[in-house]
Design a protein. Structure first.
Length: 95
């Protein structure tokens, strides 16, 4: 069960990275959101990440056009994964 949770967090990290890359591609007009497939993928990715990124952005200072909230979220996900690994090690050792 913990393995599944760890893998879900790993997948979520990749979703966060995909949102960041896709936002850059949209900003530089490499991909176009008027395309139905692109818009569907973009909306799906935003629906997965925005509820978690929004509270982080609320507490972040204004850095101009730079949004580092995905980096902070990836860091939080990594900490959760490490806590899972530490919890499993603690169970195996008997703590």
């Amino acid at each position: 069960m913990l393995w599944l949770l760890y893998q879900a967090l790993e997948l979520y990290k990749w979703v966060i990275i995909a949102v960041a890359i896709m936002s850059w591609l949209i900003a530089f007009d490499v991909i176009n959101t008027r395309n139905d497939i692109v818009r569907a993928i973009w909306n799906a990715l935003l629906n997965l990440t925005e509820p978690v990124l929004r509270p982080i952005r609320r507490f972040m200072p204004n850095l101009g056009g730079l949004d580092i909230s995905p980096i902070i979220l990836i860091f939080i996900v990594i900490l959760l994964q490490q806590a899972l690994i530490g919890g499993v090690r603690g169970l195996l050792v008997g703590f």
